[in-house]
Design a protein around this ligand. Sequence first.
Ligand code: FAD
Length: 291
Amino acid sequence: MYIRQLFAQKPCVFSIEVFPPKQTSSFESLQQGLRQMKALNPDFISVTYGAGGSAGGVSTCQVATFLKNELGVEPLAHLICMGSDKEKMTASLDELFAAGIQNVLALRGDRSPYRAPSADFPHASDLAAFIRGQYGSFGISGACYPEGHAEAESLAADIRNLRIKQEAGVSHLATQLFFDNAKFYRFVNMARKEGIDLPISAGVMPIVRKSQIERTVALSSASLPSEFTRMISRYQDDEASLFEAGIDYAVRQLRDLIEGGADGVHLYAMNSPQVAARVYEGIRDLLPGRA
Ligand code: FAD
C-alpha cells in the first residue's frame, strides 16, 4: 500500500519511527519491540537510515523487510543522499524493490565530517527526482521543518524549497520533531499558501529520559514552550516522574494536533514499545476505527 493512499482513506494517519540497531545482536530485541508495536495498529512504521549498512549493524532494508514480510506492517524506508551516488543508490533501491518495499523517505542527511556530500544528489529533491525517474513504482516521502531547516535563510525560503520537493515527485511530508503546536499550525498555513498540498505528518517525540534532554532537546533547534521547560526542570532528576510527565506532554500535544486537523501524527518512539503503547492509549479514541 502506498502511503499517499492511506491519507486518502483516513482523516488522521498514525505512524511510528524506529531506527535499526547498531549491533546485529540487538536485532532480535527490536523485532520483539516491533511485534508489540504492531498491536497498536500503526498505519506505517518508518525506519531511519544511518546506523546500519556500512557500519556493520542492521540495515534499514533488513528492518523494513521484517516489517513488511514478517509482520505485514507497511514500512517507510529512509534513504539519504550524503555519502551516496547514482550507482550506490541504484543498488539500495534495487534491494528495497526486491524485498517488496513500496515507500521510501528521500532525505539529504545531515552534514557530517564522516560523510561526503553527494555530487549526484545535492538536495533531497534531486534524490526524489532520480527515484521517480528510475523507479516509478516507489511512493516517495520527504522531510519538512515547522520552524525552518537550520541551513535555510528563513522559514519562508525553506517552504519555497519544499515546492521543489513536491514538483520532484514527493507525495507525503513528515516533520521534524517539535514541542510547540503553534509552530506546526503556522507552518502548515504557510505551506498551503505556497501551494504545497501534500499530506503532512506531525512528528512528536515523548521526552521520557534524561539522556534525551541532553541529546535530543539540547541539539534540536525546536522552540521550547514554558510548560515544557518547567516540566524538564521539575522532573529531570526523577526518572519515574519524568517518564510520566513526558508521556503526558506528548499525549496532550498529539490530541491537540489530531483535533486541530493534522493529516497524520508520526511518533518518534525511540524504539520503545512501552513508550509507543502508553502514548497510543492516550490518543486511540481520537484515531479513526480504534476507539
Ligand atoms: P533538503 O530537502 O535537501 O534540505 C536541506 C536544506 O537545503 C534546507 O535548508 C532546504 O531549504 C535547502 N534546499 C532544499 N532543496 C533545495 C534546492 N533544490 N535548492 C536550494 N536549496 C534547497 N537523517 C539521517 O541521516 N537519517 C535519517 O533516517 C533521517 N530521517 C529523518 C526523518 C525526518 C522526518 C526528518 C525531518 C529528518 C530526518 N533526518 C535523517 C535528518 C535530515 O537528513 C536532515 O535534517 C538534513 O539536514 C536535511 O535533510 P532534507 O531531506 O530535509 O534536505
